[in-house]
Design a binder for this molecule. Structure first.
Ligand SMILES: [Zn+2]
Length: 591
């Protein structure tokens, strides 16, 4: 294949490319260092060197076909790290890099026992997306690369290691674990977690890994996983990765979920006891097709991963729980998009689906535009061509691109050829993808339930009273919509009345709590000990979307000092991707 030039990797895969990894590492919780070797099978197109990406790694030595060979570490770049250039011969089949991680390694988060649910053992997890895998494994770290891998991992004897691969179901006595990922994946999907964890199956191909005290709750919460896989397969073809497990991580995990193949990494904040936030699992499962099977070629094409995944997520939710629930979720995304567009009003370029992130951290593109504008584009397209044709198109798109990468331009060609031209349909694809903001033709997402919620807010603002019977049976999504739609001039007395009636300050649902805290900050509400709750939430939870929403509310209300007072000590509990975002937002310099 031919690789396109991309701005976030030093690799030159058209000259020499890795095809398989054998990883042999030791995970040391005392020093918080991973050390060992990464050995690659390579395909060499007549080159005298192969270039890997590396960042904050100690490279000890490099071998080509078992013999020491020369290597150089090029100049350091803040975003990309260093190119690791290795001398090879025309017939070199294998290279091996002996290395160690350092205390700057961005992918890894090492947690002390007190930062876990059970507080008994330390924990480690990685986050590879977008370009962090190079901070724990020297690798050609472009999503265009696909490789299989085997790993041998040594961890302390009482702990279990799991990876985005075939996984153990029980601990081994000696702490040595062997892994195999036989389908080719992109480097950002290589992942590991180590801790005191146990496994419980849900079906013969789905199940949960979690710390023992969380396991039963998680199994109950995600009991629909097998049904989700079955509905997804019905929509867009066979699940390609055999096993679909989820590991519930400690609360500092920076995302809702990360779609590491065979083993989704998930935040514990979606465990609510009522299965109300499980669309997250539908989302990560959908990535088994959009993202993991058909992968964005560059981070400028990130909307191909996320827009398709949100669309697919909504279809799984609709198939399992009906249109009402799916439309509520879609409306929440619509409001997120509205707010994101407003936030980017001085940077309209960043509201295009196809981005230009050259010279920037690809993490900058990981926002609601890729997800929710991407979704709206696909939903509008679906409504224009009809669901039957659209589903057939998507199914063939996933099948024909399985285990490969694609970019926006190739997708447009495929769309024209296989859906639009074929059916004589004109559609403003280019405007949706290459122009900022939103085109005129947008699918209108209607939710009767949300209209009732909006009326409830308006009535309350007028009358200062609220009939509790109206809210009986509300789903968390209705509560979230209720709280997010408080008018700016709602009085603090009114906020207080609502808190007295519904005790929202002490909501056990993390999503409702998060949007309520945001409104409390916006409206300067301090009753019911809410300030303490906000502080505890920000200290324990590291999910970037949640904590950045709350810090942003402080900042927008000229309360950056209050935000910093909490952030200064909460920061140590955050993974680097969350800390980087909040450092930027609050203008905090950790040095
Ligand atoms: Zn996603």
């Amino acid at each position: 294949m031919t690789y396109i030039e991309e701005p976030h990797s030093y690799a030159k895969p058209n000259k020499a490319v890795i095809t398989h990894l054998d990883l042999d590492i030791n995970v040391d919780f005392e020093t918080e260092i991973i050390s060992g070797s990464a050995s690659y099978l390579i395909t060499n197109n007549d080159a005298s060197e192969i270039i890997l990406d590396s960042k904050f790694l100690d490279i000890e030595k490099v071998q080509a076909d078992g013999k020491d060979t020369n290597f150089t570490l090029g100049d350091f770049d803040e975003i990309l790290g260093n190119p690791l250039t290795i001398s090879i011969k025309k017939d070199t089949k294998q290279i091996t890099v002996f290395y160690k991680t350092t205390n700057k390694t961005e992918a890894l988060q090492w947690l002390k026992p007190q930062q876990t649910a059970d507080k008994k053992a330390p924990f480690l997890f990685t986050q590879g997306q977008a370009i962090l895998t190079r901070t724990w494994i020297p690798i050609q770290d472009s999503p265009q690369i696909r490789l299989t891998y085997n790993a041998k991992v040594q961890v302390p004897a009482q702990l279990m290691a799991v990876m985005s691969a075939e996984n153990p179901k029980e601990k081994t006595p000696d702490g040595v674990y062997h892994f195999k990922m036989k389908q080719p994946i992109s480097p950002y999907l290589i992942a590991i977690a180590v801790g005191d964890i146990a496994y419980n199956p849900i079906s013969n191909r789905t199940g949960i890994y979690a710390e023992p005290s969380l396991l039963d709750k998680a199994v109950y919460e995600f009991s629909d996983m097998e049904n989700m896989v079955a509905s997804a397969e019905k929509l867009y073809g066979k699940y390609a990765w055999e096993q679909f497990d989820v590991i519930v991580l400690p609360p500092s995990f920076p995302f809702g979920g990360m779609e590491n193949p065979r083993l989704t990494f998930a935040t514990p904040t979606v465990i609510t006891g009522d299965k109300s936030l499980t669309s997250l699992i539908a989302h990560e499962l959908a990535h088994s097709w959009s993202g993991n099977l058909v992968t964005n070629a560059t981070w400028d094409d990130f909307w191909l991963n996320e827009g398709f995944t949100v669309y697919f997520e909504m279809r799984i939710m609709e198939a399992l729980y009906g249109k009402d629930r799916a439309n509520m979720l879609a409306r929440i995304g619509r409001q997120d998009l509205e707010e994101e567009l407003e936030g980017f009003k001085d940077a309209p370029e960043d509201t295009k689906l196809k981005l230009d992130l050259k010279g920037r951290n690809p993490d900058d593109g990981m926002n609601s535009i890729a997800y929710d504008k991407g979704y709206l584009f696909l939903r509008t397209l679906e409504e224009s061509v009809g669901r039957e044709k659209f589903d057939a198109f998507l199914k063939s798109y996933f099948q024909s691109h399985a285990f490969s990468t694609t970019n926006t331009e190739k997708f447009i060609d495929y769309l024209n050829e296989n859906l639009l031209d074929k059916n004589g349909i004109t559609f403003n694809t280019a405007e949706w993808i290459y122009e900022p903001g939103l085109p005129e033709n947008q699918a209108i997402i209607v939710s009767d339930k949300f209209e009732k919620v909006e009326k409830t807010v308006q009535d309350f603002v007028k009358t200062n009273t609220i009939d509790q019977a109206i809210t009986t049976g509300w789903t968390p999504q209705e509560w979230v919509h209720f709280v997010r739609n408080f008018p700016e001039d709602m009085s603090v007395e009114q906020i207080k009345t609502l808190d007295k009636t519904f005790n929202l300050t002490n909501s056990s649902n993390s999503y409702i709590a998060m949007v309520w805290y945001e409104q409390a900050i916006n409206h300067d509400y301090h009753g019911n000990n809410i300030d303490k709750n906000i502080e505890v939430f920000l200290t324990q939870v590291g999910r970037r979307w949640y904590v950045s929403t709350i810090y942003k509310a402080f900042k927008n209300n000229n309360k950056t000092d209050e935000a910093l007072a909490i952030y200064k000590y909460a920061r140590k509990n955050y993974h680097s991707v969350t800390a980087n975002t909040i450092d930027d937002m609050l203008g905090y310099n950790p040095e």
